[in-house]
Design a protein around this ligand. Structure first.
Ligand code: ADP
Ligand code: MG
Length: 686
């Protein structure tokens, strides 16, 4: 005990007994370097081992835990080269088998006489048997008290580490770290929320008396983490607003009025609201950082046009950045159609676009007010005379740094991010940091929701007929083959083969073309232009057609092997159709594969609501995987888990605002450790 009583919070794990360089390296795989990291490696679950089931009372059914002694073990070789481990375990009341299919090598670990704890479902295999149970070998001695006869923690492990090791080390660390640093949560707040103080909560999180006590302790740390994040978010935002004065744009000038008058359609109420938000931001000297969120096809470009017109009214330049050349070109055309008649020239800046040098010169001299473009916009040789507005379309496709580089082309331009990947409401508070958010939750009138249906192999001839019939009426089809990530080559040959097969067979006579990621940009552009101009009936492709393309006469989307795609990606693909008054269809081909695959296809067939889809996607995949959130600090959460902790997040948001209202700079001594946490998060979100 004495030997380890000097361990401190920030010591390397090697200062704990039993951890040498090799084990320290294993722990590092779990992100554990210091004693503190170890203490914050919370269990992924608990198991109640206080009352093991007497073996004599077992019956087939749910999961049970038994304690006993191994009396027999075997490695059984099965047909097909597989093997299985089987052991027999006895306690005072009877015997039971335990089996592990496909893992014959496990038998080695259980010489007769070994004391084990087994937890698993009770099934039947030549008598009763625990099937593929979780197992733990009891070594005898004091250590068993950490591993049996109590609620035990179950940790996330790395190779060669065992539950027993982690329990021992964490227990040692808890004993050794009696003098923890101050509690980040001020006592008053803790009491109001009913959370335990730091040392008690740490112990309870690992070795609770009841499972509920452990979960409550975990909640405390999740809350603490979310509070730090929210403090960081709110402080960063206040600082941004206070320190940097932006441009005050004109929000009621003649160009804006002329644009309003010349729009070929009436804006939806949601578009009007978003425009109102943006113009108010622009008119104020506070720099705008706003996210415009709206499902595919809801008309974000029209909203952006209003912002551009307002910037032009004050003589400011606008840069409109899109992730692909095709999209940049399409934006340039859309903007030109409405802005050229008002006397505003629109430049296009993309690697493949001609006249880039001249366009750059006009931008640098300030002769051109508006430019749509790709990454070319953030190249060093691109300069603006007076950049007042930066618009970033499909913002999740750009990294934080790229977005920052666009803003840096001006002094402090207003920034408008746009995304068609709806960020679930539960995450928006966090993921988007200090951004303001406008949501377009309405599609232009007259749009028919896209109908979605799965097509079994037997019905494929009907599908081909449908595509032909649509083509005969002048409507177009996208035909998407999935990306097989292991090899781009296989991928390409698969889509090429499908293309040739269908073009020679069931779709013979239709005008079809293929587009894929290996093509040169000019080739892709030529094909896309052909499609949007109506010169093609069917466009075959990999997911390169996923982003933002607007081809209103496309009414059919076919997705092969649909279960291979993520839910959001499927939704994006589907959003390529349904852009006219004609009924559009999305057809999903292929097996559903995994249960998650089936769930994704079910959700897609059941709803076209992007928000519901985003929430489902979040539930299926976890926030780290949600596009656009990765760089936004969310995946840096180590304890909190969204949406599960949405309620804690809302609480933390409220409490953070309250704390800052009383102590804006977190200078009070009781806020010292919160201030640290806030700074760490603000650095990520900046
Ligand atoms: P997204 O939000 O996906 O970027 P777009 O801006 O490309 O959507 O708009 C999709 C289509 O809807 C375009 O063809 C656009 O002209 C049209 N549109 C936008 N707003 C309206 C509206 N209020 N009424 C009718 N059509 C509209
Ligand atoms: Mg768009």
């Amino acid at each position: 005990m004495d030997a380890i009583s000097t361990v401190s919070w920030d010591s390397a794990v090697q200062t704990l007994p039993g951890i040498g360089p090799a084990r320290a390296a294993l722990l590092l795989q779990l992100g554990i370097g210091t004693v503190r990291d170890l203490l914050f490696h919370f269990p992924r679950a608990y198991e109640d081992r206080r009352t093991p089931a007497p073996i004599g009372t077992l019956a087939p059914g749910g999961a049970r835990t038994v304690h006993g002694e191994v009396v027999m073990r075997r490695c059984i070789h099965l047909r097909g080269g597989k093997s299985m481990a089987a052991i027999t375990v006895r306690d005072g009341t009877g015997e039971v088998a335990a089996t592990w299919f496909g893992r014959g090598f496990l038998a080695r670990q259980f010489p007769p006489g070994t004391r084990v704890v087994l937890t698993g479902a009770v099934g039947v295999y030549k008598g009763l048997a625990l099937r593929n149970p979780e197992y733990e070998i009891l070594a005898g001695g004091a250590d068993d008290r950490l591993n049996t006869g109590r609620v035990v923690p179950i940790y996330r492990l790395a190779e060669k580490l065992t539950q027993r090791m982690l329990r021992r080390w964490i227990s040692d660390a808890l004993d050794a770290c009696a003098n923890l640093p101050g509690d980040p949560l001020p006592a008053l707040l803790r009491e109001r929320l009913g959370f335990a103080a730091l040392p008690d909560a740490l112990r309870a999180a690992h070795f609770p008396r009841e499972i509920a006590e452990g979960e409550r302790a975990r909640d405390r740390f999740a809350y603490e983490e979310l509070l730090g994040l929210q403090l960081g978010v709110l402080q960063a935002r206040t600082r941004r607003e206070a320190e940097r004065k932006g441009y005050a744009h004109v929000a009621g000038g003649p160009l804006l009025a002329a644009l309003r008058a010349s729009l070929p359609f009436a804006l939806t109420a949601a578009q009007r609201r978003a425009i109102g938000d943006i113009l108010a931001d622009m008119a104020s000297a506070r720099p705008m950082v706003r996210l415009l969120e709206g499902d595919v096809g809801c008309g974000k470009t029209a909203v952006a046009l209003h912002a551009i017109a307002a910037a032009c009214d004050g003589g400011f330049q606008t840069a409109f950045m899109a992730p692909t050349e095709i999209l940049a070109e399409q934006h340039a055309l859309t903007l030109r159609a409405l802005l050229s008649p008002l006397g505003i020239a629109v430049e296009l800046l993309a690697a493949g676009a001609p006249g880039a040098a001249a366009a750059r010169a006009r931008l640098a001299r300030g002769e051109a007010l508006v430019v749509a473009g790709t990454h070319a916009l953030i190249q060093e040789r691109t300069a603006f005379r007076r950049l007042g507005l930066a618009i970033i379309d499909e913002q999740h496709r750009f990294g934080v740094i790229q977005r920052g580089m666009l803003a840096a082309k001006g002094s402090i331009p207003d920034i408008l991010h746009m995304t068609a990947t709806p960020i679930p409401r539960t995450l928006a508070l966090t993921a988007c940091g200090g951004m303001d958010i406008s949501v377009i939750d309405e599609l232009p009138p007259g749009r028919l929701p896209v109908k979605t249906s799965r097509v079994p192999p037997a019905k494929l001839p009907g599908l081909y007929e449908y595509i032909r019939a649509q083509a005969a009426r002048g409507f177009q089809t996208y035909y998407v083959c999935p990306l097989i990530e292991e090899s781009e080559k296989i991928d390409l040959s698969a889509v090429t083969r499908r293309f040739e097969e269908l073009r020679a067979g069931p779709l013979a006579g239709l005008r079809a073309a293929l587009i894929h990621g290996r093509m040169r940009a000019e080739e892709k552009d030529a094909v896309m232009r052909g499609f949007t101009a109506g010169a093609l009936d069917v466009l075959f492709g990999t997911t390169v057609i996923e982003v933002g393309i607007d081809a209103p006469r496309a009414t059919t989307m076919v997705i092969e092997d649909a279960a291979r795609f993520g839910l959001t990606q499927l939704h994006q693909l589907r959003g390529r159709v349904g852009r006219s008054r004609e009924q559009s269809w999305c057809f999903l081909l292929g097996k559903s594969g995994t249960p998650e695959g089936r769930r994704r296809l079910e959700v897609l067939c059941a709803t076209t609501d992007g928000f519901r889809i985003a929430e489902e996607d979040l539930a299926l995949r976890g926030p780290g995987e949600i596009r656009g959130c990765r760089q936004a600090g969310l995946s840096d959460l180590r304890i909190a888990d969204l949406p599960r902790d949405a309620r804690l997040l809302a609480e933390a948001r409220r409490d953070a605002a309250e704390i800052l209202a009383a102590d804006a700079r977190l200078e009070a001594p009781s806020h010292a450790r919160l201030a640290e946490a806030a700074r760490a998060h603000a650095a990520i979100l900046a």
